[in-house]
Design a binder for this molecule. Structure first.
Ligand code: ADP
Length: 559
């Protein structure tokens, strides 16, 4: 801007100087031409008087060099000329100044020379005898005069240019300084130009408006971030090209990055090609979704486009944790497959035995063994179905069952009573220790827990072994432990025995009538009561399973 002002001032100053020079010279030239013409007139008057008095003698006696004198006769022919030979001169009646003098008594005229370098001024007077006396003076034309004065003109011009440059430089800086000094955050302070007031007022208004909108946006951004950062679901906002505009903490964690990845491409950040397909679908078909493995879990990824007019201006991606749901579905599928498999074996045995019996292929003496087999397998099926029903009941939260304060020691006594015959058969000694301990819970479920643990301790024991049930109040909690002197559980199986249908030795478990669901029922029952299970086992030495229930009543129930 300074340069532009500088150039403009220089151009204006030089332009004004040149125009002034031309006008000045023209006016001056005209003025001096007028003065010269006036002098010429006076000279003409004087000469006319001389010619009038003395005629040709006067003219011939004159010795002048600055003027040319011509005496024109009444017929237009030249009688005398101080410069040319009169014989060679043409008729002068057509000359402008002569015609004027003949008509009005006095006439003037001016003509340029053929080369345009000179100008002739004429002054003519009619004498009383009808002849005309004309005086002529020569002057240089304006361009010739200017050319003659070129050197001083150039010096003055140079001085004027130098002065213009200096003044223009200072002036432009002075004009621009207050503008440079303006603080656009507070535009109305320190303004030296009244003309700028409307513009600066508008800037001031806009600045305040921008500040207000910025604050509003900041507040909204904070609200949005607070909201999304506390979300368990991942949320990502993308522009149409897939660049991250906003990403919440949960989503950033899933992609193994942090919120600073905003501004980067989502595919570069996630390094997941399936996500690219989901986004493509969302762009093309209006919605894209799939279950992806992100981090350590499974996530339902849903993408929807954001439209501005008919154009897709962005995408919203939501990531929902479905690990549990997928796992539950998987477990359900496995459970169904296991149940079918577990039921198939006894059914095949029953059907095979019954077929042989019906076909009369079984000898009468084998009849008892065959029907015993059918009975055993159907009992196994009954137990299996009962366990499955118990388990699915627990899965549903056993909502129809009554919660009450149950005395666990009495429950353990009942279990010992129920299992004493079996223990005797297996030659295992059952012992009950401890004292009264109350648990707030569901009696039937608590009985299943004690019964299954005790049943396993007998089943997986050795002849002459012991099973000790102990119920005691421990630091406000109620602990039940079942210890046996049985075969024990190898370390690598200890974590898995609580899974459905998991057995350490499948054939042995089946042989002794196990369903593989007993410990699952214990686990679910304990979870329903908010109890903790711990297991200690040594192969060949025995196993202790301990269940610690939270104190009753007023305990927390985690379902
Ligand atoms: P099962 O009906 O086969 O007994 P459970 O779910 O009750 O099914 O037990 C799962 C497996 O854990 C059993 O098959 C067995 O191998 C092992 N197990 C459970 N309790 C004991 C124990 N007290 N001693 C040794 N092994 C045991």
């Amino acid at each position: 801007m300074t340069k532009r002002i500088f150039r403009t001032i220089c151009a204006v100053a030089i332009g004004v100087f040149l125009v002034s020079l031309v006008l000045f010279l023209t006016v001056l030239y005209d003025y001096f031409s007028g003065v010269q013409l006036d002098q010429l007139r006076i000279q003409t008057e004087l000469a006319a008087q001389g010619v009038q008095d003395e005629g040709m003698l006067y003219l011939e006696g004159l010795s002048i060099r600055d003027y040319r004198i011509t005496w024109i006769g009444t017929e237009g022919g030249v009688l005398y000329d101080s410069v040319s030979d009169v014989e060679e001169m043409e008729n002068h009646f057509e000359r402008e100044e002569v015609r004027q003098a003949l008509a009005e008594g006095y006439g003037t005229g001016s003509r340029s020379s053929a080369t345009l370098t000179q100008r002739y001024l004429y002054s003519a007077k009619r004498l009383p005898d009808g002849t005309v006396l004309r005086l002529s003076a020569t002057q240089y034309t304006l361009p010739v005069l200017v050319f003659g004065m070129l050197q001083p003109i150039l010096i003055v011009f140079g001085a004027a240019v130098a002065l213009s440059v200096i003044l223009a430089s200072r002036l432009s800086k002075n004009i621009v300084r207050p503008l440079n000094g303006l603080d656009l955050d507070r535009p109305l302070e320190g303004n030296e130009y009244d003309e700028l007031f409307p513009l600066l007022s508008r800037i001031d208004f806009q600045q305040r408006e921008i500040r207000r909108q910025k604050e509003e946006l900041g507040q909204k951004k904070n609200e949005f971030e607070t909201l999304t950062s506390s979300m368990a679901e991942g949320l990502v906002l993308l522009n149409a090209q897939g660049t991250i505009l906003s990403i919440n903490r949960a989503a950033a964690r899933l992609f193994g990055t942090d919120e600073r990845c905003a501004g980067k491409d989502i595919l570069a950040v996630s390094r997941n090609s399936e996500l690219g397909e989901i986004l493509e679908k969302a762009r093309d078909r209006g919605h894209g979704e799939a279950v992806l493995e992100l981090g350590f879990g499974k996530y339902q990824v849903e993408a929807n486009p954001v439209f501005s007019g008919s154009e897709v201006s962005g995408l919203v991606v939501l990531l929902l944790d479905v690990t549990e749901r997928v796992r539950a579905e998987q477990l359900r599928r496995e459970f169904t497959a296991n149940v079918s498999h577990e039921l198939k074996t006894p059914l095949h045995t029953i059907s095979g035995s019954a077929e042989l019996m019906a076909g009369g292929f079984v000898k009468p003496e084998d009849m008892v063994a065959f029907s015993g087999q059918i009975y055993k397998e159907s009992q196994r099926m009954i137990r299996l179905v009962e366990d499955i029903m118990k388990l699915s009941h627990l899965d549903e939260g056993a909502a129809d069952m009554t919660w009450e304060t149950v005395e666990l020691y009495a429950l353990a006594e009942e279990t010992v009573r129920l299992l004493s015959a079996q223990a005797k058969k297996e030659e295992v000694e059952l012992e009950l220790r401890g004292g009264e301990a109350c648990v707030y819970g569901i009696r039937q479920v608590l009985l299943s827990i004690v019964y299954n643990l005790c049943d396993n301790a007998i089943k997986y024991n050795r002849r002459g072994g012991n099973v000790t049930l102990e119920v005691r109040q421990e630091a406000g909690d109620c602990a039940l432990s079942v210890t046996d002197t049985g075969i024990g559980i190898p370390q690598e199986h200890q974590k898995r025995i609580f899974e459905r249908f998991y057995r350490v030795d499948k054939s042995h478990s089946k042989e002794i009538g196990g369903t593989g669901l007993g410990l699952s029922i214990v686990k679910h029952g304990a979870a329903l009561h908010g109890a903790e299970i711990s297991l200690e086992s040594q192969v060949g030495r025995g196993t202790t399973v301990k269940v610690v229930f939270p104190s009753s009543p007023g305990m927390t129930i985690n379902m």
